[in-house]
Design a protein around this ligand. Sequence first.
Ligand SMILES: NC(=O)C1=CN([C@@H]2O[C@H](COP(=O)(O)OP(=O)(O)OC[C@H]3O[C@@H](n4cnc5c(N)ncnc54)[C@H](OP(=O)(O)O)[C@@H]3O)[C@@H](O)[C@H]2O)C=CC1
Ligand SMILES: Cc1cn([C@H]2C[C@H](O)[C@@H](COP(=O)(O)OP(=O)(O)O[C@H]3O[C@@H](C)C(=O)[C@@H](O)[C@H]3O)O2)c(=O)[nH]c1=O
Length: 302
Amino acid sequence: MRIIVIGKEGQVARALAERAPGHGATTVLLARPLLDLADPSGIEDILSETGGDVIVNAAAYTAVDQAEAEPELADAINGIGAGAVAGAAAAMNVPMIQLSTDYVFDGTATRPYREDDETHPLGVYGRSKLLGEEAVAAEMANYAILRTAWVYSPFGKNFVKTMLRLARERDELGVVADQVGAPTSAFDIADGVIAVARNLIARPEDKGLRGIFHMTGTGSANWAEFASEIFAQSAQLGGPSARVRPIKTSDYPTPARRPANSQLDCTKLARVHGIRLPPWRASLEPCVKRLLDEAHAQETHR
Ligand SMILES: NC(=O)C1=CN([C@@H]2O[C@H](COP(=O)(O)OP(=O)(O)OC[C@H]3O[C@@H](n4cnc5c(N)ncnc54)[C@H](OP(=O)(O)O)[C@@H]3O)[C@@H](O)[C@H]2O)C=CC1
Ligand SMILES: Cc1cn([C@H]2C[C@H](O)[C@@H](COP(=O)(O)OP(=O)(O)O[C@H]3O[C@@H](C)C(=O)[C@@H](O)[C@H]3O)O2)c(=O)[nH]c1=O
């Protein structure tokens, strides 16, 4: 299976590139400046020249707070750009996998969100990702939209890396405790994406495999609990740790509002595709270890 991945340096793109060989798959990573989602004009030509069995769009405008000041750019990349990729996938007659987010919901539900629950994004990023979902569905039929959440990895920018960095600078951190979700490893997402891709390719006549699916790590936590677990695991490995002071969202003002309940019900993915991601704490361990090993290697190199 040859997977065309949009994105190169992103967390999920890099995890896909690392994981694919173990699944007997290859990846071709396409990124800016060759493929720019904000400039859809050349996308179909580049994708069809590249050729592959499936297209995974792992690129997006992901700066949640910054998006509030750049709504047009966020919509262009996450909305129109995703639609252009779907148009190319339709022309090439290959399935497409689009990554989406918990931030399409407003977080007022009192249970984990299901795929057909009403969407109501609180901010520009979530709205632009919802536009992307709609654009993909409008352009083609053979797609899977995988909504995930709270992604972390040894790559790029994410909460785990931020916490470990701040713990090197401070003894105590205030972290919000009234937003609940499921931390999700980019490597687990990569494994899930590859499994979904295999199903879509193997059973093209099975329309039940298509549509929207929720895919997050198993279990839940608030951001303060997530931070505490990061520090517990780090401390056990001799890495940095800080005291976590649970605070309210109102004590940590940000330009973008975030959902209080980000939990996604992943039973449809298990039922239809036979995929269940591991418990989030178990997947966190190799990530923390790798980050500490990399930091150690850098220090000894200096
Ligand atoms: N991070 C998270 O917590 C979550 C992410 N998601 C979704 O999962 C997917 C992957 O996220 P993640 O791996 O964390 O993303 P990252 O933020 O790690 O990477 C995003 C990538 O998108 C690329 N990109 C941005 N703009 C463009 C553009 N105009 N054209 C081409 N590429 C562009 C960036 O490229 P460059 O290196 O050039 O800047 C970057 O490599 C996204 O769809 C995201 O919305 C869903 C839920 C949670
Ligand atoms: C750094 C920091 C953050 N926080 C809070 C702010 C926020 O509510 C929460 C997480 O902050 P971040 O900015 O790291 O995370 P954020 O960028 O909101 O993460 C989101 O990214 C997009 C791309 C998604 O799709 C979402 O699923 C989600 O993962 O933690 C603290 O309370 N204390 C801190 O010291």
